[in-house]
Design a protein around this ligand. Structure first.
Ligand code: TNX
Length: 482
């Protein structure tokens, strides 16, 4: 008997039975193992499940306790996979790693957000399609601080996304305090688009965010965008400009005008300093070097600068991610190349994949959540077209571009650029419900996805979002509950 539970992203399999449900009550305990990761997950579970059920749950390590929601690590299995089994006497979440347990928790929370305290009896077996399921957030055009980024991380975790890509620098502002160059945040932290207030993350803020995300199964990939989009750096570090004078603060939204210079003596040390500092702050495997839209540079100089940045990253032991333009330069195998601009010739991108690059799919016309939903929408841009909810759902990452070797696709990443987005409500209006759609593209096998089915399931999330005070766009043609 199927229970009316609407999960997004859709799991691999969900079987609900007619057996008695498990009802979460005041005496229900959360049982976790003793490792630090499990203890942290236990705290998260009690917090989330208490909030959604209205009962104050406790986490314990003694598996002898009565009615319980148990999280158990079992050796083997795919990374991030989990099973969730509900019987009248309790709930068991099993996974091979803590990330899998975190995803099981997200599923549990999503069910309870719809039912209150009842968990229908049954079993879910679930695992992600793609290893990289990201959201890129531009905190350079407008600054979003630690509290706001934590809310973003929560929305990501709700949908089992696992990479938070932070766009930390651009022409309008520099958003991370780095020990080698404190002047970057000091002199370029305060500016933003339209003269709006800026801000920056301290090293401590950043580390706390990394930890907050890690418990939820999410890694942070920091981006310092070079060799273009660097006006904020040229403002703070005049040695990076050919005539040694600081660039003026820039608060417009044009792109492509600022650049590093390969021949200046300060350039390579700057790249090394910045990526070394970022690597020291980042436990994850990847650093993002940007590389997009350098519209006024000869290809040879561009290639030299990409090589300098990539070496600086690799010398820290990290792997390189860059926007699709870097595919026009020689790349080391294993480099992650992020597709975004469907207007450009994709040949170099396809060739990079054939030569061993991994591809991250962020097509502007599907996954750019700063695009307006439709003409006249009060927020967002439309250079990649209007992105209706269905556009962000109905696409297939491995066949979107002709000739792509499907096994080169490492994953899918949504992006939200903030030229026109100032507040948290602006941000969530653009993210929801489209982030749910992109998350399902990234998590759920293509042959299980169905637009009409998704439209019904995403509508069922509205109550949860409203209860949490999260503003979303009631996008057409979904019939949103009143
Ligand atoms: C293109 S996406 C950009 C950004 C803009 C965005 C606006 C990319 C790599 N570059 O600089 O903010 O369009 O949608």
């Amino acid at each position: 008997m199927p229970a009316p539970i609407a999960l997004v992203p859709l799991p691999r399999s969900a079987e609900w039975t007619a057996a008695a449900p498990f009802v979460v009550g005041a005496d229900t305990v959360v049982v976790v193992g003793p490792t630090p990761a499990e203890t942290a997950l236990g705290e998260l579970a009690t917090e989330l499940l208490s909030r959604v059920t209205g009962h104050r749950l406790r986490a314990v390590q003694d598996p002898g306790a009565g009615a319980a929601i148990r999280f158990r690590l079992v050796p083997g299995g795919r990374s991030e996979a989990y099973t969730l089994t509900v019987g009248a006497d309790g709930v068991l979440v099993e996974a091979g790693d803590p990330d899998g347990l975190a995803h099981g928790l997200s599923t549990l929370r999503q069910v309870l957000a719809q039912t209150g305290t009842e968990l229908p009896a049954g079993r879910i077996e679930d695992a992600p399609r793609f290893a990289w399921r990201g959201l890129s957030v531009d905190i350079a055009r407008h600054f979003f601080g630690p509290a706001e980024l934590r809310r973003v991380v929560e929305l990501m975790a709700d949908h089992k996304l696992n990479v938070l890509h932070l766009h930390l620098s651009d022409d309008q502002g520099w958003r991370i305090d780095l020990p080698s160059h404190p002047e970057l945040a000091e002199l370029s932290g305060a500016s933003a688009v339209d003269g709006d207030p800026g801000g920056f993350l301290t090293g401590g803020d950043y580390r706390e965010l990394v930890a907050f995300a890690a418990v939820r199964g999410i890694r942070v990939v920091p981006e310092v965008d070079v060799p273009g989009h660097v006006n904020a750096a040229l403002h703070a570090v005049p040695e990076l400009t050919p005539d040694g004078t600081a660039a003026d603060v820039y608060t417009g939204i044009e792109v492509g005008f600022s650049k590093l210079a390969a021949d200046l003596p300060a350039t390579e040390p700057f790249l090394r300093d910045v990526f070394r500092d970022l690597a020291a702050l980042t436990p994850g495997e990847y650093l993002h070097i940007g590389g997009d839209e350098v519209l006024t540079m000869e290809p040879a100089e561009y290639a030299r600068l990409i090589d300098m940045a990539a070496r600086a990253v690799r010398d820290t032991g990290k792997k390189v991610v860059g926007w699709q333009e870097i595919a026009t330069t020689p790349l080391e195998p294993g480099t992650v190349v992020q597709f975004w601009d469907p207007r450009e010739d994709v040949t170099p991108f396809v060739e990079a994949a054939r030569a061993g690059a991994q591809l991250l799919m962020s097509p502007g016309s599907k996954a750019y959540l700063d695009m307006q939903y439709h003409e006249g929408f009060p927020l967002g841009l439309h250079w990649a077209g209007y992105v209706a909810l269905r556009d962000s759902y109905d696409w297939e990452p491995t066949t979107l571009i002709e000739g792509l070797p499907a096994d080169a696709v490492i994953g899918v990443e949504a992006a939200v650029w903030t030229e026109t987005l100032r507040t948290m409500d602006d941000l969530t209006t653009m993210l929801l419900p489209r982030l749910a759609a992109v998350a399902e593209v990234a998590w759920t096998d293509g042959d299980r996805r169905d637009w009409d089915d998704f439209a019904g399931r995403v509508a069922a999330q509205a109550g949860d979002w409203r209860a949490r005070g999260i503003v979303f766009h009631p996008a057409e043609p979904v019939e949103w509950p009143r």
